[in-house]
Design a binder for this molecule. Structure first.
Ligand code: M7G
Length: 320
């Protein structure tokens, strides 16, 4: 795509109190200065599109998602401010394109900037393959790769150290061994309770994933489950019976965290190829201390991921 000249920083509409003092980019007021490179993913069912763009010569990933109707605003829909373009008329039946007032047309946008190649790859549509990871495959291929290369976890440390998102914290237990911070996931706009998505990030460092869990961590896991549920009941009036509480394997970020989502939400990553209920994880460890060290675990890898490339080099897909 043709490039336009980058807009100088000061010309862009940026909030004045916008310097976080940590070198992170300022909060944007518009998409001025963005050049689209490519549409890297789209999904008509979830009404999302993901763009690879450039801003100031650096990569950006922009996720756009049409939001559900906000029924608290329903009175604004059927008014003279909504213009209609007729597309069909037959007897009593009419269809239209309706143009709601701009305030009712917000599209959710997630911006990652500057984005790494790994971010562009993570958000790109690509072929997927099932892997059955034996303990041997984990120790020979997965673990060395995780230790050498993964996404930066700066955002996680910013949350744990209260440098970012502190005003969004829903609950904290500050115990260094069993404590955690519960806050809205980046994916949730905090409007629709039926789409609730919170993430519980543990204070303890060094637990990479499900594979590391054993009886030592039962107090931590039980604490996150109980207090996370309690805090959600208190703040959002959603009982445990209407929550999915689970762990991703593989996760994207190898600092242990737990996903809390409303059962009505079709959350990405909730499939049987990635999600493990925290209740089941606790039960399995109680039955067998080294369950997750010994088990073969099934998950999906995507063809541009380092993991897929490494498994392929290892010969994992040779007999397909
Ligand atoms: P994951 O299982 O490691 O990977 O979950 P996934 O992103 O592939 O699902 C990490 C979770 O943290 C995801 O649900 C992300 O949406 C969420 N998340 C990621 N980032 C960078 C942020 C952030 O900066 N703030 C918040 N609140 N959530 C984030």
């Amino acid at each position: 795509m043709e490039k336009t000249e980058a807009v100088p920083e000061k010309k862009r509409k940026i909030e004045a109190d916008n310097d976080h003092g940590d070198g992170s980019p300022p909060i944007l007021k518009s998409f001025e200065g963005f050049d689209i490179e490519k549409v890297i993913a789209e999904n008509t069912r979830s009404k999302t599109t993901t763009l690879h763009a450039k801003l100031d010569g650096e990569n950006a990933v922009v996720l756009l998602e049409k939001t559900p109707f906000d029924l608290t605003h329903v009175k604004n829909y059927l008014t003279g401010d909504t213009t209609l373009k007729n597309t069909l008329k037959n007897d009593i039946y009419g269809t239209y394109e309706a143009y709601l007032p701009p305030t009712e047309n917000a599209v959710k946008a997630v911006v990652i900037h500057p984005a790494t190649e790994k971010h562009i790859q993570k958000y790109s549509d690509q072929e997927m393959y099932i892997v059955r990871e034996t303990p041997e495959l984990y120790s020979k291929v997965t673990l060395p790769l995780l230790q050498s290369r993964q996404f930066s976890m700066q955002w996680v440390y910013n949350i744990l150290e209260k440098k970012q998102e502190a005003d969004r914290i829903v609950f904290e237990d500050a115990d260094p061994e069993t404590g955690f911070i519960l806050l809205p996931d980046m994916k949730w706009d905090r409007k629709d309770k039926n789409a609730l998505y919170l993430v519980g990030i543990v204070h303890k460092h060094g637990i990479k994933s499900l594979r590391d869990l054993n009886k030592t961590y039962l107090p931590l896991l039980k604490n996150v489950l109980a207090k996370g549920r309690e805090a959600i009941q208190e703040k959002y009036d959603i009982p445990a019976s209407r929550l999915h509480v689970y762990i991703h394997y593989q996760p994207s970020y190898y600092h242990f965290h737990v996903h809390f989502t409303h059962i009505k939400l079709e959350a990405p990553g909730f499939g049987a190829d990635r999600a493990h209920f925290l209740t089941d994880v606790i039960d399995n460890i109680e039955l067998m201390n080294d369950y997750y060290e010994k088990r073969t675990l099934t998950f999906i890898v995507r063809e541009q991921e380092d993991l897929y490339i490494k498994y392929k080099e290892h010969g994992y897909f040779d007999n397909e």
